[in-house]
Design a binder for this molecule. Structure first.
Ligand SMILES: Cc1cc2nc3c(=O)[nH]c(=O)nc-3n(C[C@H](O)[C@H](O)[C@H](O)COP(=O)(O)OP(=O)(O)OC[C@H]3O[C@@H](n4cnc5c(N)ncnc54)[C@H](O)[C@@H]3O)c2cc1C
Length: 465
């Protein structure tokens, strides 16, 4: 029995090799360990990693997974916090060989293949003085970040990444290659703007582009006090929409550009990007510099296309406990709690990340896309990194305790949750959004072929869970 199933697997893998131009990598190949690696070092061993070269090859891989009943993990940049860009014993459909970029400078649009990273596409668009916003990390794949929403340094000015999405090419569970936009399959177009990879493999995205070239931005490190933290949040919320910020309250890591005596001290590690007129930008960032004498001030004029590091290092090896949620405010009392708790943490890295939202994000109606937390003013990410898996309960308790103290009411942004169970996925989709997503899922993927993700189960025909 076991032999015949091994033979069957070998058979369809050899058929994949015959049919596809793209790479087909199995445990026997020297490149296997490199090819299976994902960002957080999550250790999964797929039977095969396939790197298709176009949407027809993607459709072929999807049909093989469907017809053989094999688990299918879809990977763009491999940054899923839960490791959903990989699989144990299944197929990894790795889009990293698909990196085409076709810019239409007249229409200010781009068709971009889903194997690109945020920095690759940002640099390519920068050659034309144009941009679409992604997140704070350049090696994140445009596939995952776009399908989940996309919160970054252009969000208050130009909305989430999905707010610039005009169309997508999507390979659905039945192997069809669909154009999905406001006129074609509008239900799917609604669902893929926030609903993640549940509805098919996005092979290409068409984005509307923004004229963003010269910016004022960079890193601003301040001592972390109740005044600097609450003051930073107040300034960020009151700033013009052209300014997007991230404030990380954390113990200073041993970064070479920080004086040694600061290592281990709690700091406010701010990141700011002003994407309007640079001269105005200088006056908008000035009050942040006045919150306290900066420990480091790297805010300067530059080009938006240069915001990502050339070579980003992956995270150091370790285990994470995380919690993402939205809050209305970070006042002095909340700031005090954050400083106390970050100080008290015994983890090798403990952080509370504060992202002030609003602006263009909140001008889109809640029901226009599957990302429906539009009116939430502040997003928090609490994370703790540690070395020993048996310490997980203690660090998760630290994360949960701080989240509760800061007013966590069970909300979530899908791209920042780990493998935290179905209830957490549901919290990403408030109100009617969840039911609507389940109906679309039932229409396009009734057998839940695309399930290695923050999963939205298909609605059952009877209407129950
Ligand atoms: C260091 C770091 C910084 C981050 N910063 C930000 C940030 O600033 N803003 C923000 O919004 N998010 C941020 N994120 C979260 C990030 O957006 C998500 O982890 C995202 O899902 C990663 O996308 P990926 O393609 O790299 O990952 P993958 O692991 O390849 O994919 C993630 C999920 O999306 C699915 N998927 C990916 N591509 C496709 C596709 N083409 N078709 C169908 N399904 C697909 C996968 O199956 C998987 O379920 C960050 C993550 C990390 C690790």
């Amino acid at each position: 029995m076991q032999n015949s199933s091994i033979t069957t697997t070998e058979l369809w893998i050899s058929k994949l090799r015959e049919e596809l131009d793209g790479e087909v990598i199995t445990p026997d190949d020297d490149s296997y360990d490199e090819a299976r690696a994902v960002y957080y070092g999550i250790d999964r061993k797929p039977d095969v990693i396939v790197r298709p070269t176009d949407s027809n090859e993607v459709a072929y891989v999807v049909s093989v997974a469907r017809d053989t009943g094999t688990e299918l993990a879809v990977r763009s940049g491999g940054h899923s916090i839960a490791g959903y860009g990989s699989s144990d014993g299944g197929i990894v459909l790795d889009l990293s060989a698909m990196k085409g970029v076709h810019v239409d400078t007249k229409q200010r649009t781009v068709w971009a293949h889903a194997g690109l990273t945020a920095s690759e596409l940002t640099r390519a668009l920068g050659e034309h003085g144009l941009a679409v916003g992604f997140g704070d990390n350049g090696s994140v794949g445009i596939g995952g970040i776009t399908l989940g929403g996309g919160v970054g340094f252009l969000s208050r000015n130009h909305g989430l990444t999905i707010d610039s999405l005009l169309a997508a090419e999507l390979v659905t569970a039945d192997g069809k290659v669909l154009r999905v936009d406001a006129e074609n399959h509008p239900d799917l177009f609604w669902a893929i703007r926030g609903g993640g990879g549940n509805f098919g493999v996005a092979t290409r995205f068409q984005f509307g582009l923004h004229e963003v070239d010269e910016i004022v931005g960079g890193m601003l490190i301040l001592p972390a006090t109740t005044d600097t933290i609450a003051g930073f949040v107040e300034l960020a919320a009151g700033a013009p929409d052209e300014l997007s910020t991230i404030a990380n309250v954390m113990k200073a890591p041993p970064m070479p550009f920080l004086p040694e005596e600061l290592h281990g001290q709690v700091i406010l590690f701010g990141l700011l990007v002003y994407s309007g007129d640079p001269e105005t930008g200088e006056s908008v960032v000035a009050p942040f510099r006045e919150l306290a004498t900066p420990l480091l001030d790297k805010i300067e004029p530059g080009r938006y296309s240069g915001i990502y590091e050339e070579e980003e290092e992956g995270p150091p090896p370790g285990v994470f406990a995380v919690r993402n949620f939205f809050v209305d405010a970070i006042d002095h009392a909340a700031a005090e709690t954050i400083v106390e708790q970050v100080n008290a943490s015994t983890a090798s890295m403990a952080v509370t990340q504060i992202r002030v939202l609003g602006g263009a994000i909140s001008r889109v109606p809640d029901d226009a896309t599957a990302y429906a937390h539009r009116r939430q003013p502040i997003m928090l990410n609490i994370a703790s990194m540690f070395q020993q898996p048996d310490e997980a309960a203690a660090h998760q308790a630290w994360v949960s305790g701080l989240a509760t103290a800061l007013g966590d009411k069970g909300t979530a942004y899908v791209n920042f949750i780990g493998d935290e169970g179905n209830e957490r996925v549901r919290q990403a989709y408030p109100g009617h959004t969840w039911d609507r997503l389940r109906e679309v899922k039932h229409r396009y993927d009734p057998t839940n072929l695309f399930r290695v993700n923050q999963n939205i189960p298909p609605a059952s025909p009877e209407g129950g869970l």
